[in-house]
Design a protein around this ligand. Sequence first.
Ligand code: ADP
Ligand code: MG
Length: 246
Amino acid sequence: MAQIVTVTNQKGGVGKSTIGVNIAIALKELGKKVLLIDVDGQGNSSATVSRDARINQRPGGSECVFYADKPIEPTSTPLGIDLLHGHTGLENVDREVKAEEAAKLKNRLSELDYDFIIIDTPPSLGVRQLSALMWADYAVIPTKASSLDVQGTASTIRVIRSLEKMGLQIKWKIIVNMFVNTSKQQNTMLDSLRQNFPNNFVPIPLGQRVGVSDSLAIGKPVWEYNNIPREVADSWRSLPNTLGLI
Ligand SMILES: Nc1ncnc2c1ncn2[C@@H]1O[C@H](COP(=O)(O)OP(=O)(O)O)[C@@H](O)[C@H]1O
Ligand SMILES: [Mg+2]
């Protein structure tokens, strides 16, 4: 059975795509068979792993996961992970599909021949984000340590808690990204997150680093980027472990 890991937050720009792609590659390097499903119309993670900047203009891709009658046909990528890409036409899904119906399609995904399925989501709570949470064995919630970003995170956690009340079992973790450790405000926010979510909080944040965005631009994981400090490389490469996925 494939383990489904949904990377989500109702806030944009917190590092969902960046973290999703790096987790996918890290798992692949650990010998796991990985499928990345990008259900965001921007297709950022799809562009990164396929090396095709215009991939989000192409129909097909991840659409199939929302419709029982559409065959699931992932493509391979130069990074060694398979992909169901995101594209602008996915907006139709939000109009045509009900999340409760899509939720029933989880088994179709878990029965695919993969060890891990990583789902990258759009920032708004529509059918795609909600379905991806309903399918999740694990939810990874990246956030920045600022009050606006934490508000988005809190909404996402409320959704997860309501799904848990409906009987879904989701293991979830919040991870702070783009942390600036010289900022007093960010340190205060980090402490408050740690206190509020003691069991669901990754204690060591991922720092703000130019190399992180630059590595994605050339289709590499953070740890393969030239001159990236060893401890930064290690913190990204060990994400599957830190997040309790393996
Ligand atoms: N730790 C980091 N340090 C520096 N830049 C980062 C870091 N994490 C993400 N970024 C950059 O921030 C921007 C937003 O990240 P992205 O993963 O696209 O967020 P989201 O998918 O949540 O919208 C991107 O340009 C990305 O390269
Ligand atoms: Mg994104």
